[in-house]
Design a protein around this ligand. Structure first.
Ligand SMILES: [Fe+2]
Length: 180
């Protein structure tokens, strides 16, 4: 399968042929092939997020304000979940009856774990019922060692949302959200 990126709105989709019309902007658009064809970009046949970023940056006008959130990737840019941090809440299964949160990258398809290509960290934030954002910490992983899983305890009755971010040293920052 091939990954296609709309030259107009930057929508990315995995299909055998470019879609018509574009599902992102609903126009008749031209598409660029953003599939990875070399081992260096993270696996032949996967999405080459470096090409995606290069194309997005080329289209930027000088002086335009760029938000970091525009560069964070989620489910819409990855067909199979190799980078997205999957969040699971295990009620009452933590220490002293607390709720346990497990965040794992590569639950469906393991992410590579070599000195050249690895998940460097997983970070989590909570949003309380009154809207306050709280830092739920991070786990840092050494290249080529262990599995990228971050486990911690919370009192889930206080929290409405959990956001998690993971960082791949080649493919950038990925996000996931869980509403409790
Ligand atoms: Fe990666």
């Amino acid at each position: 399968m091939t990954y296609w990126m709309c030259d107009k709105c930057s929508f990315v989709i995995e299909m055998s042929k470019p879609p018509d019309p574009c599902p992102g902007c609903n126009n008749k658009c031209t598409f660029s092939d953003v599939t990875c064809y070399t081992p260096e970009c993270g696996g032949i046949g996967s999405l080459d997020t470096r090409l995606v970023a290069q194309r997005a940056i080329k289209k930027e006008k000088p002086g335009k304000i760029v938000h970091f959130s525009d560069l964070v990737r989620g489910r819409n840019t990855e067909g199979k979940e190799k980078h997205i941090p999957a969040i699971q809440l295990l009620k009452g299964q933590g220490l002293q009856g607390k709720d346990q949160v497990e965040i794992q990258v590569g639950r469906e398809i393991p992410h590579p774990n070599t000195p050249e290509h690895y998940i460097a960290w997983i970070q989590a934030f909570g949003v309380k019922k009154d809207g306050q954002i709280i830092d739920l910490g991070r786990e840092v992983f050494a290249p080529g060692v262990g599995k990228p899983i971050y486990v911690f305890n919370i009192d889930a009755s206080e929290i409405r949302h959990i956001f998690s971010f993971s960082y791949c040293n080649i493919h950038g920052v990925w996000e996931q959200h869980l509403e409790l």
